[in-house]
Every structure is written in C-alpha cells, then in structure tokens.
Design a protein around this ligand. Structure first.
Ligand code: GCB
Length: 652
C-alpha cells in the first residue's frame, strides 16, 4: 500500500491537476511592474515604538493608530526590512515580547488617488508574528503568521478624499503560543523571591532566535479594477514536447478575455492560448534543469498574460508575466527524478539570518549567499525552518538551485500543538505557502514540518491530514516532513513521499567518538529503508565549530572535528546513495543566532561558513565533494565518458 502510494503519485499528480488549489481564496502573485501595474516600495526608515506597558496593550487602549505615532509619545527610527532586535543599544528591545508599532507616511501619485479605475493594494511581505494594519486610522488587515505575505485593497480609502498621502500603521506581536507556527509558550515566573511581579519568558522548542519585525518589503502596488488575480502553472513533458498547463483567475469583471503567450529566452513566441485554462505545447522544449545537471540549467520561459475586461468605466487591460520552467518531478521507491533523471540533492540547510538585520531581507547578503552556493557546488537547499523571501525563490529559479520548501512547522512537540486549533492553522499556512510558491520550478517538494514529536499519538492523524491537504492543494509535488524520531515510533512518516531524516552522531551523543558514526548511520538508513522502501534524504548532519579553533587529533568544536565528522558521514552516504539515499544537506550553511543557552556560544556554530559568510575548513571539503558528485552525475549521463576528467571543481 505504502509503496503503491509513492509509485502512483506522479501519475495521480497529472490527473488531479486542475482540482488542486480550489481551497485557496484569491491569489498572491508577486507584485511586479507591467504596462498596467505600478509598484512603490516603502522600505527605509519607519517610526517605531515597542509597547513596554505591563499588559502590552497600551497602544490599543490609547489607540495609537488614530493619530501619527509622534503625537502619542516618543518613537525610534526603525529600518524596514529588518528585525527590530539587533539594531538598537537597548537590551530590553532585543528580547522584547509583545506588541511593537510601526508607522510610515506614503506619498501617493495623483493618478492613484483620482483614477477610480485603479486598484491600490498594500502588501506586507512578512510581519512576524501577528499583525494588524491601519491606513489613516482605519483597520484594513489582520494576519497571523510570520513568513508569508498578506495584502489589503486600500483603493476606497485613498480615493475617497483629496489625499496625497496615507499613513500606514502596523502593530506586530511576536508572542508564540502552543497554537502558533512555530509554537511556543509564555511562562509566568511567580516566585516573587526570585522574579519581579508580572515576570514572564517566551519559551520555544526550536533552535534559532525569534527575530521579529517587518522582515520583508512593504509596498503599494496598483492594478486595474479588473485584474489577473492568480495564475497557476503545472508543467509536464511528452517525449520532447513541453506541456504548460495553466489556470488564470480574474477578479473585478465577469466579462473578459484572456490571451496567453509563451516566450523563450530569446523573446520568440513558442506557444499561444486563450481563456482561463488550457495547455500550451512547446515542441523541442528547453527543460528547466538543476544547477550542474545540464550545460544550460534553469531555462526559463515567460508566460505573458493579457486580460481585457469590461468594467463600468469601459474596457481595461491588465498584464502579468510569469517565469515558467518546464520540468517534471517524480519519486520512485529509491529515486528522486527530475525530468525523468535521478537527482541527488547535494546542498545545505539555511536560515534567514545575519548580523544586525536579523531576518531582514538584504540584497547584498542574498547575492553573496547564492555566489557561495554556486562556489560550493550546492545544487539544493531546504528553507529550514520557514518559507523564505520570494526573491530567494526567484533566484533559485534563475540559478537552478533546487528547493525543499519548508513551512514554519518547527518545534511541534507539545500535545497542545496537535490540537484541532493548531491543525487548522497549519492547514491554512500550507494554503498560503503553496499559493505563494506553487509556480517556482525550483520548488520540488513541500516539507510540512521539522522534527515534530511525531511519536505522540495524535501525530498520525495530524500528519495524515496535513500531508493529504498539501497534496490536494498541489498534486504536482511530493510532500515530506523532516523527522528525528525513531523509525519504529514515527507515526507521520507513513504519509510522506520521501523520508527526510536528521541525525547528529558523535555530536549530541557519543561525544567525540567519530568511530561510531559509520555503524550508526548505516543502521539508521537500513532501518528506515527496510520499513518503508522510500527514498531517503539525510536532511541534517553537522558539528558545532568555532572558526579558528584547531585541534589535531580532532576535538569537538575544532575545524578538524567538523571535517572529520563530515568525512565519516560521507563514507556511508557514498555507499547508500548507490541504493536509495537521494540527498545530503549539511547543517548548516552559516552560523546563526539562537536564544542564549550554555550550549550556544553566541548562536549555533554548525555553519560551514561563519555568520559573516567566511569559509571554515569544512566548506572546502564539501566543495570538493559536491563538485565531484556533480561531475559523476554528468558522467553517468554523458555519452562520451572521456569528457569527465578528474574531480576538480573546474572540470565541469
Ligand atoms: C536540529 C534542528 C535544527 C538545529 C540543529 C542543531 O535537529 O532541526 O534546527 O539547529 O538540530 O544544531 O542542533
């Protein structure tokens, strides 16, 4: 039964396409400029105030959203996008839990406020965690969840009077409870001999700092009042013909025409269609291949969509262009196939994390990270442990970096976090995530969670429901969650397509004993495979390493120990990848910030790069390995084996 599920999955995917995503209300297309659309970023300095009052509710009691923030008290300058935690000198703000208030005046182009045929939308890329938004004191949106975008149509508000600007106020609460994703608990310390009155701490069960604030761009954009609300593409390949199945949703008019046009990278039209749903056929299609798997990886077509709609004001047009990569994904009992060829994930786990800005989006950091990934020869990463910025996904599409797209379901370990309330929220988060990322060819698998207590009784129903829901939303991709439970006790793994397993042999146990790694890792793989006959990814492994610490023979925390531990893993990975192991993702790409604890010397140091993105010795080891693996893949496929010489990074 289990084996059957994995095997038929690819076929079912194609058949079910079109029924998927029915549950989602409305689209969340990336806001882009076009002939019919403008965008105005509101990045820069915002006014900011943390509500330090005892109950953290002074802002609501005094209605800070009603008037400019400067009128209700002092405020700070706060950069957006950025976490608020690390930019100041006030230690209380770094660890603040509760409501913070952001405010910004935006000047609006005259046409936006006067042309009633224009729709003005406020879009917030990521506000961690719960956000309430007002425009000119009027409540316009509320959103739960820190890593996915949300929007409000503010046309009526900005077009109802002679306005040239609008005041945007956003209150954000970073408190995590057993029902949020990720979950957390607030613990009140009531022993007055030890703690002041009302003292509480935020506890979490994940290993990264709970940075908060406006982490991604806040912007205003326009569309006509009749507009392209959503586009869904799912691609397939028949012999050498690429098939692009598309579905387009329109809002604002019932009387409209849609024209679609697919262009290749040279700008030549290769296929055309009309209507809200259809299939485009591309003879001799250039497929989207992962980095290092093809001479021309990451080939992207452009799907140009034109809407012509009748509105009360006459005919309007809307234009949207979606990058499209034609590729297939399938899973067998022992392989992960991209375009029908075995794909081996050799890559990293990441975090959105850096000095000062915390989780704030930053272009230089992003470009540096992608340059490092390509230098390393990494062909994949997992968005551990939450969805990353949309711009990250776009670069993955463009560079051919394959993504396991993970939800913020990290640290689900309390019984309460398996309640119906939690499950309902998790289902909604998956809807938002699939809605946002469904069209990225780089995304090849959804991960619904990381290291949940999947041995607890309710975990079976929880993961069965969650995975089924995700598959209903998107039948075209496999679904997994990342486990560290025992293979006999795990109640969620029966429902995944690929088993992703984390282990830290000779790190969290058998400290210093690297000699046990090979046996323990081989046992791990064999146990899982014998039980499930599904492909396996080593989704985390690694060792804490303080850059510049050297010990030979290797001791824990030294660069030599990190290298040595990795080498032991690689011996077994090299055996098992010939059988059913389909990937290895190092923990972690770079050092990152965590909560303070005796095990974390200013954050987690398992990066192969420092937090400032400088390589540790292990980075060079992995670089050699990843390029070698890439060369091997190429050699397997190459008709002329003599083209593959040596293992040097520079032969590819
Ligand atoms: C894990 C977690 C990851 C941690 C890592 C560690 O298993 O998935 O979030 O940071 O271990 O370093 O302990």
């Amino acid at each position: 039964m289990l084996r059957g599920l994995a095997g038929t999955w690819a076929v079912l995917g194609a058949l079910l396409w079109g029924c998927g995503l029915a549950l989602l209300q409305g689209g969340m297309l990336y806001p882009q400029e076009s002939r019919s659309r403008e965008r105005k970023e509101l990045d820069g300095l915002w006014k900011f105030r943390a509500d330090f009052s005892q109950n953290r509710r002074q802002g609501f009691e005094q209605q800070w959203y009603r008037t400019p923030l400067r009128e209700s008290g002092p405020s700070l300058d706060m950069p957006v996008p950025s976490s608020f935690n690390d930019v100041g000198q006030d230690g209380r703000l770094r660890s603040f839990v509760g409501w913070v208030w952001y405010e910004r005046e935006a000047a609006l182009p005259q046409r936006w406020t006067e042309d009633l045929g224009t729709r003005v939308v406020l879009r917030i890329g990521s506000a961690h965690y719960y956000a309430i938004v007002w425009v000119n004191g009027v409540h316009v949106a509320e959103h739960e969840g820190g890593h996915l975008p949300f929007e409000a149509d503010i046309s009526r508000l900005v077009q109802s009077g002679p306005l040239s600007s609008c005041r945007i106020t956003i209150a954000i609460n970073n408190t995590l409870s057993p029902n949020t994703l990720p979950p957390g608990t607030i613990l009140y310390k009531t022993d007055t001999s030890k703690y002041p009155k009302g003292y509480f701490v935020q506890n979490t069960n994940f290993d990264f700092f709970n940075y908060a604030g406006l982490h991604r761009t806040v912007l205003l954009y326009t569309t006509p009042t009749a507009y392209i609300d959503d586009i869904t593409v799912a691609t397939d390949v028949d012999q050498d013909t690429g098939l692009v199945n598309y579905q387009i949703l329109v809002q604002g008019s019932e009387h409209f025409q849609l024209e679609v046009c697919l262009l290749d990278e040279e700008g030549t039209v290769v296929a055309k269609g009309t209507g809200g749903r259809g299939q485009l056929q591309v003879p001799s299609a250039h497929l989207w291949w992962p980095y290092l798997m093809h001479e021309h990886p990451a080939y992207l077509y452009s799907l140009e969509v034109k809407l012509t709609a009748q509105t009360a004001a006459g005919f309007v047009s809307d234009f949207y262009t979606l990058p499209v990569g034609i590729r297939t994904v399938a899973v067998t009992q022992s392989q992960f196939l991209i375009n029908g060829k075995p794909f081996y994930f050799h890559g990293v786990n990441k975090h959105e994390d850096a000095d000062i800005r915390g989780k704030g989006f930053d272009w230089p950091l992003l470009v540096k990270d992608f340059n490092l990934l390509r230098w390393l020869g990494a062909n994949a990463f997992r968005t551990s442990h939450y969805p990353y910025a949309e711009e990250v996904m776009q670069l993955c599409d463009r560079y051919g970096i394959v993504v396991i797209d993970e939800s913020p379901g990290v640290g689900i370990v309390l019984a309460q976090s398996y309640s119906n309330v939690s499950l309902q929220h998790h289902l909604e988060v998956m809807e938002e995530m699939v809605r946002r990322d469904k069209n990225h060819p780089s995304v090849v698998m959804w991960s619904v969670a990381n290291e949940p207590a999947s041995f607890l009784k309710p975990a079976g129903f929880y993961f069965k429901t969650l995975i089924a829901h995700t598959k209903a939303l998107d039948p075209s991709r496999p679904v997994t969650f990342v486990t560290n439970s025992n293979y006999e006790a795990d109640l969620g793994v029966p429902y995944v397509d690929v088993i992703c397993v984390n282990s830290y042999y000779s790190w969290y146990h058998d400290y210093g004993h690297m000699e046990v790694i090979q046996l323990q890792l081989a046992t791990q793989f064999e146990s899982w495979y014998k039980t499930y006959q599904k492909p396996i990814i080593q989704s985390e492994y690694g060792a804490e390493t303080i850059t510049g610490f050297h010990e030979d023979p290797p001791l824990m925390f030294s660069e030599e120990y990190q290298k040595g531990l990795l080498e032991q893993y690689h011996v077994v990975l090299d055996q098992k990848r010939k059988e059913y192991v389909v990937g290895e993702l190092i923990w972690n790409f770079a050092d990152f910030m965590t909560d303070q604890s005796p095990q974390r010397p200013i954050g987690n140091r398992k990066g192969i790069f420092t937090r400032q993105r400088q390589p540790k010795s292990a980075a060079f080891l992995l670089r050699e390995r990843y390029w070698k693996l890439a060369n091997e893949t190429k050699c397997h496929r190459s008709a002329v084996k003599s083209q593959c010489v040596g293992n040097s990074p520079f032969t590819f």
